[in-house]
Design a protein around this ligand. Structure first.
Ligand code: SAH
Length: 344
């Protein structure tokens, strides 16, 4: 059965009108879902019996249940959810000084095949619907409600390639951003892509304020094609071209993500090449410590090398941050917890 979370506010208004309901019913029902955060239609006490019956016979509220939860020493919390077809998805809640951020899964498995990533261990089974992404956020927000806390940020950096599930991901962003939905600020929502150039160009024209992050991880075609097969279809020249179009059409700063992989992409020469590649762009680099995955042999760069890489970028005029590690004691890297469950 379809989840009610699949509808953006505009789509839901349209649906209500098509069913001969008054428009304001959409407003009322959305308030029950996203402000009072009820988990059943029966709790909607000012909605008529007929309407509740119609909702119950056509829709579910949440399509997922929590099957596992791991909390790390730094309070990073990893949720494993089961969807109605039995598929497992993960979300990770991180606590920062600027707020609480949830990392959301966009596909069941992933076909991008990045060599260092655990998600690719399980090929894509299907896309998540937008409601299945909304439901991850709602489930975690419900838990935070118990302490009177609020999710302030959402990043689409869990399993999956968001731009390989473009419409559902944008629908999802619309619902959590909408003031009738969760009202999370657009600038607090980040879509991360491995570089699907056609979709970056499409996104450039959406006129939305969501952040765009690019998983770069290598500054040369030779290395990038080795560790990220997507580069064989969309090389750095094409990628940079699309990103420049995005920057021209949107007054927003880009984020480049760069995982530091020991002896693979963390040399001084690579830092200089990276600086040359992105110099002059309205962008900054987020250097990410690698969460080691048992299956593939890649190692985390040591701290000294990471610091040197950071310094070289800074000296070459590139703004960057060296991110602290979160939750590596709880398999918090993309796909790790799920891969473990599916193997057991
Ligand atoms: N497919 C999208 C979003 C999901 S991956 C993308 O590629 O951006 C989110 C980020 O986590 C990407 O930058 C990805 O390269 C990175 N990542 C994957 N495996 C990781 C690991 N084991 N440790 C640290 N980061 C990892």
């Amino acid at each position: 059965m379809k989840t009610i979370y699949d509808y953006t506010y505009a789509q839901f208004e349209e649906l209500m009108l098509a069913q001969n309901y008054k428009k304001f019913r959409a407003n009322q029902i959305f308030a029950w879902l996203y402000k009072k955060r009820v988990t059943t239609f029966d709790q909607m006490s000012d909605i008529s019996k007929d309407t509740i019956e119609w909702l119950n016979s056509n829709y579910t509220v949440s399509p997922l249940t929590i099957v596992d939860k791991q909390v790390s020493e730094d309070k990073t919390c990893k949720y494993l959810f089961k969807l109605s077809d039995g598929s497992l998805v993960e979300s990770v809640l991180m606590h920062f000084d600027y707020g609480k951020s949830l990392c959301v899964t966009s596909q069941i498995g992933c076909n991008m095949g990045c060599k260092f990533c655990a998600s690719g261990l399980l090929k894509k089974k299907r896309d998540c619907t937008s409601g299945e992404m909304v439901a991850q956020v709602m489930a975690v927000q419900k838990e935070l409600d118990l302490d009177g806390e609020r999710l302030s940020h959402v990043v689409i950096m869990g399993t999956g390639e968001p731009f390989d599930n473009y419409d559902n991901v944008l629908g999802f962003c619309n619902t959590i951003n909408h003031d009738k939905g969760l009202a999370i600020g657009a600038r607090h929502i980040t879509i991360s892509t491995c570089g699907l150039v056609d979709k970056i160009l499409r996104f450039s024209k959406e006129n939305v304020q969501y952040n765009l992050a690019i998983s770069l991880h290598a500054p040369t075609d030779e290395l990038r094609s080795q560790i990220m097969p997507v580069n064989q279809s969309f090389n750095l020249n094409k990628l940079m071209g699309a990103l420049n179009t995005y920057l021209k059409e949107n007054n927003r700063r880009l984020t480049f993500e760069y995982i530091l992989l020991k002896d693979v992409n963390d040399s001084q020469a690579m830092a200089i090449k990276l600086a040359q590649l992105i110099r002059g762009m309205n962008a900054y680099v987020n250097l990410i410590p690698y969460n080691e995955v048992d299956e593939n042999g890649y190692k985390t760069s040591n701290m000294k090398t990471a610091m040197k890489f950071y310094d070289t970028l800074m000296k070459n005029g590139i703004k960057c941050t060296l991110r602290a590690k979160h939750g590596d004691d709880i398999d918090a890297a993309c796909g790790q917890l799920r891969a473990k469950h599916e193997r057991n």
